[in-house]
Unconditional design. Structure first.
Length: 438
């Protein structure tokens, strides 16, 4: 029974380090969150130096607030783990205390018994009162085992006291850790409060700029309408070219078929045996096996595999810029002024001059200017990715590009901040780029 109790105690001691690993993971997450907050803070300071309050500032502050919320949630999880550890340690201490009480009572009883039977006469009398020699040997063995049992009781008491002492020391350390985490949490809560005040200030400033923001939005929507028209024109041109190529291929195949029939008839006329004529006639009349028509005119044997790979990478495509912040999402958007609008693209802010990269391999379908910005359209089978508000394009129409290849640089937008507008389309509809990007 005592051995089982000690095995159970050792199991409890081995259980706690596995929880410590979870705390280490939380610490790593917290460090990563702080790195992201610092990055957002750097971008925010850089933006403040160049322009007044704008949507990028609001997005960055919102991002900081969200990250700060995650930090506090992380600390709450850490506190829950510490509280659970403290509760578990206190249970162990209570269990060891009860075990000590039991061991001491049993040890006291055995010592009283040993005191009462301490004389050598009693010892010898117990042995010699045996009925036979075997019974005497058993009594000697019993006395020896009893003496060993008393010694073991003393060792168990000392061992249990040592285990309880370690648990109490562990409880003190855990309480210190908890107090430390609570202090960090209070500090992070204060930081969150300051961030929310800054968030409210920027929102109020942007609300004051409501008319100006609406005017900028109107200009932006006109620009993006022209970009959408350019995308539609590029898709139509690609379809027309594919259709012409398909017709040319069909005409070439028809010419080959007719030449084969003519050759077969000539061979039949020059043949000297009836069986040969029949064989040639069968060959001439044998219809060609029909090939399965592709689901899209844009698909051919050269790009079917590329198209399949593009579809297989949905949700894992790289972003067109290495470091950026989404300031306008695809679909429904609301300005701080309350103006609502729909967007067929995603706007990603990044430092002016940052490289813009292809999200997947393909062929450049168009490189053209829309007002004062460059637009690059790349075809990936029956899909098209478009990069608007680019400067210094490094590719040309018809060029094959690979994933991650630099296409140009991020240009300044209407607000004077670096941003690229990213579209994703199929030949028949607009797609949500964010659902395709990793």
């Amino acid at each position: 029974m005592l051995r089982i109790t000690f095995l159970f105690a050792l199991c409890l001691l081995a259980y706690i380090p596995s929880r410590c690993q979870t705390r280490e993971e939380l610490e790593k997450q917290r460090q990563q969150l702080h790195k992201e907050i610092e990055q957002a803070e750097r971008l925010l300071k850089l933006n403040k130096e160049k322009t007044s309050e704008n949507l990028l500032q609001l997005r960055l502050i919102n991002k900081k607030v969200n990250l700060q919320d995650k930090v506090i949630d992380n600390l709450n999880k850490d506190l829950r783990i510490l509280n659970n550890n403290m509760y578990s340690i206190q249970l162990d201490i209570n269990r060891y205390s009860r075990l000590l009480d039991t061991l001491k009572q049993e040890y006291a009883k055995s010592m009283v018994y040993a005191y009462k039977n301490r004389s050598n006469y009693d010892f010898l009398n117990f042995i010699f009162s045996a009925s036979n020699f075997n019974d005497a040997i058993k009594r000697i063995t019993y006395l020896k085992s009893y003496r060993e049992y008393r010694e073991m009781q003393g060792e168990n008491i000392l061992r249990t006291q040592e285990l309880r002492k370690k648990k109490r020391e562990e409880l003190v350390v855990t309480k210190k850790d908890k107090n430390s985490v609570l202090q960090i949490q209070n500090k992070e809560m204060g930081t969150l409060e300051q961030q929310k005040k800054e968030q409210d200030r920027v929102v109020n400033e942007l609300k004051k700029q409501g008319k100006s923001l609406n005017q900028q939005l109107a200009v932006k929507q006109k620009q993006m309408k022209k970009v959408s028209n350019a995308i539609a024109a590029a898709i139509k041109r690609a379809q027309d070219e594919a259709r012409k190529a398909a017709l040319a291929q069909a005409a070439a195949e028809e010419r080959k078929r007719k030449e084969a029939e003519k050759a077969a008839k000539a061979a039949a006329a020059n043949s000297t045996t009836t069986s040969s004529e029949k064989d040639v006639a069968v060959v001439a009349k044998k219809p060609e096996k029909e090939t399965k028509r592709p689901e899209s005119i844009l698909l051919n044997k050269e790009n079917i595999e590329l198209n399949s790979k593009f579809e297989a990478n949905k949700g894992s495509l790289p972003w067109p810029v290495d470091r950026g912040v989404v300031i306008m999402h695809y679909g429904h958007n609301v300005l701080p002024s309350g103006t609502k609008f729909e967007s067929s693209y995603v706007t990603i802010s990044s430092a002016i001059g940052s490289p813009v990269k292809a999200v997947f391999s393909g062929v450049v379908s168009a490189v053209q200017s829309v007002e004062d910005m460059q637009v690059i359209i790349i075809q990936h089978g029956r899909y098209f990715s478009t990069y608007s508000n680019v400067t210094g394009a490094t590719v040309h129409r018809g060029q094959e590009v690979s994933t991650g290849q630099v296409l140009g640089k991020v240009a300044a937008n209407i607000d004077g901040i670096g941003a690229v507008d990213f579209f994703l389309s199929s030949e028949s509809s607009e797609l949500d780029p964010e659902s395709w990007l990793r």
